[in-house]
Write a protein that binds this ligand. Structure first.
Ligand code: NAP
Length: 524
């Protein structure tokens, strides 16, 4: 059983009571009273708060962890150790279910004696012994965990460290997987986000979610709403199959929202995560190897986006997996399937997704694209899929890219013209397609194409879908060009992925609704 604990990080008594009421109303079955946030901290103030929790939320009694974090371990205020321990001992007497003591402090004989005596007066109260590393992984996390577990009978070890890369999370997963008891292990920071969610699948004792962004008590902490609504916290169990989108950046991606909504709608025990894999090919390989070698994580499918689509193809090629012939020819992969036995299969759903989006918006048949002059801006994974699709139909394509050699290579493979981005000033195309990430959230004020190059009567398609109307599309609309946003392509390719992941059709209308809600009512 994994508890979802909501930290209460108020500076004063009344504010704390408000946060407690809000947390209980939001469904929190466990609270963490972060007493180090309180001004004028005293044992009696904490005892009063505990008494108030017991009396005001009598119908739905949350379990309470009382913590008084040392400033060196992420505490909010610099309270002396003696006061912190007095507060925790008073909390035991006042009926706390758990107290969280830093292991470094507990390891000192006098402190251990004081805490043990308090606990002996309330056998219901339990001890969490914690260690935090805000810089990175512990030098020997398994050794430290064993030392903590043997230091006090029934103590719950809490080991939390900063993940500088998503690949740092796997030792936290291993520790939870190997443990047969109660352990709290997860990573902080953006790269550690998935460890807070997967903790429930792996039987972690507690994971934490804040009331809102402002009351988060650690880097990378999710809100209770994100945990329950976006990441299906209540449905996760040890059998939950995992999926996700590998990319960098990935925080803007709406793939978790649409796939999780479709999993929920179809009643499937599957969860889709944002997988921030920073770095290049070696980091990508390490991540997929780490996932594939831990069958118990139950990763079954991965979407792949910027900048890893070609890395994904190389990985599957080098590891003897199956690559569908289309993805092979495109030279980029955006979907990976993993079997229980670690076999990997690779697909590309961008090709058909983009083609259908273009012909649907232009209201033409695919064959009508034959001979059409098309400017493709970009030479990465998406550009490859789109160039392959248009060249199969016989369009007249020129590839423009910041790195000229990449444009030249792509053009040579598909018999197209090529140029650098400055060549856009000589643009003479009917259809212009942005396949770069320029203009994407969080930099929506950029465009890869100077506005003077866009003329009335052109069709401008931006594959970027967040925001739905990019600066490029806004300028194109103002110049009298027809515009196509990236949303239809996004839904098309996600629908094909959903079928690959599950063998069943997704719900395109539900996906569209979620995308448009998330993009705050941008042009539908
Ligand atoms: P990728 O393989 O990493 O390629 C990125 C491309 O963008 C490269 O051509 C790169 O040029 C160019 N680029 C990046 N930063 C630039 C800058 N500051 N100035 C000029 N060019 C720049 O990425 P990808 O997977 O093809 O994805 C590209 C975009 O497609 C993403 O941002 C995403 O929004 C969009 N996309 C949309 C959908 C959809 O369904 N609507 C699906 C997938 C992707 P260099 O070669 O010079 O580095």
């Amino acid at each position: 059983m994994t508890h979802l604990a909501v930290p209460i990080s108020a500076a004063g008594f009344d504010e704390a009571l408000c946060q407690i009421r809000e947390a209980v109303a939001a469904g929190a079955a466990m609270l963490e009273l972060r007493t180090d946030y309180l001004e004028a901290l005293s044992p009696s103030l904490v005892a009063k708060l505990l008494a108030e929790i017991r009396s005001t939320s009598a119908s739905r009694q949350p379990a309470v962890i009382v913590t008084c974090r040392d400033k060196n371990q992420g505490g909010a205020r610099d309270y002396p150790e003696e006061l912190r321990l007095d507060v925790l001992c008073a909390a035991v007497t006042a009926g706390a279910d758990f107290i969280d003591v830093e292991y470094s402090s507990f390891a000192r004989q006098a402190n251990r004696k004081k805490v043990s005596e308090a606990l002996s007066n309330n056998p219901e109260a339990r001890l969490i012994l914690s260690a935090h590393d805000f810089k990175g992984s512990f030098s020997d996390i398994a050794g430290l965990c064993g030392e903590i577990e043997s230091s006090y009978p029934g103590a719950v070890p809490k080991l939390v460290y900063n993940a500088n890369h998503i690949n740092d999370c796997f030792e936290a997963f291993d520790l939870l997987h190997q443990g047969d008891g109660e352990r709290i292990v997860f990573c902080m920071g953006q790269a550690g986000l998935i460890s807070r969610i997967i903790a429930k699948k792996l039987g972690g004792f507690v994971t934490f979610a804040s009331l809102d962004q402002a009351s988060a008590t650690a880097p990378g902490q999710l809100t209770i709403e994100q945990s329950r609504e976006l990441y299906r916290y209540d449905s996760i169990n040890s059998d939950t199959e995992l999926y996700g989108v590998i990319g960098s950046p990935v925080g803007h991606s709406l793939s978790p929202a649409i796939h999780n909504a479709c999993f929920e709608h179809a009643g499937m025990n599957k969860l889709y995560l944002p997988l921030l894999v920073e770095g290049g090919k070696a980091d990508f390989e390490q991540f997929v190897n780490s996932v594939a070698s831990r069958a118990w994580l139950d990763f079954r499918g991965l979407s792949v986006t910027i900048p890893h689509k070609q890395n994904a193809l190389d990985y599957v090629r080098e590891n003897g997996g199956f690559i569908e012939p289309l993805a092979q020819r495109i030279g980029a992969v955006n979907t990976l399937l993993l079997s229980e036995h670690g076999r990997i299969r690779a697909y590309n759903t961008d090709y058909a997704g983009a083609l259908d989006a273009i012909t649907g918006a232009m209201n033409i048949a695919k064959k009508d694209l034959k001979g059409l002059s098309v400017a493709v801006v970009g030479a990465g994974g998406v550009a490859r899929a789109i160039v392959a699709a248009l060249s199969d139909i016989g369009a007249d394509i020129t590839v423009y890219n910041r790195t000229l050699s990449k444009a030249q290579r792509l053009a040579a493979e598909f018999a197209c013209g090529f140029d650098g981005l400055d060549g856009l000033s000589r643009l003479d195309a009917k259809l212009l397609i942005n396949c770069t990430s320029v203009g994407m959230h969080p930099k929506p004020d950029e465009s890869p194409v100077p506005k003077e190059c866009i003329r009335k009567g052109m069709v401008v398609f931006d594959t970027v879908y967040n925001p739905a109307e990019t600066l490029l599309l806004r300028q194109a609309r103002r110049a009298g060009a027809k515009t196509i946003d990236g949303v239809s392509m996004f839904v098309n390719q996600a629908m094909t992925q959903f079928r690959l992941f599950t063998g069943r059709a997704g719900d395109a209308e539900l996906m569209r609704e979620i995308i448009h809600d998330s993009l705050f009512g941008q042009v539908r």
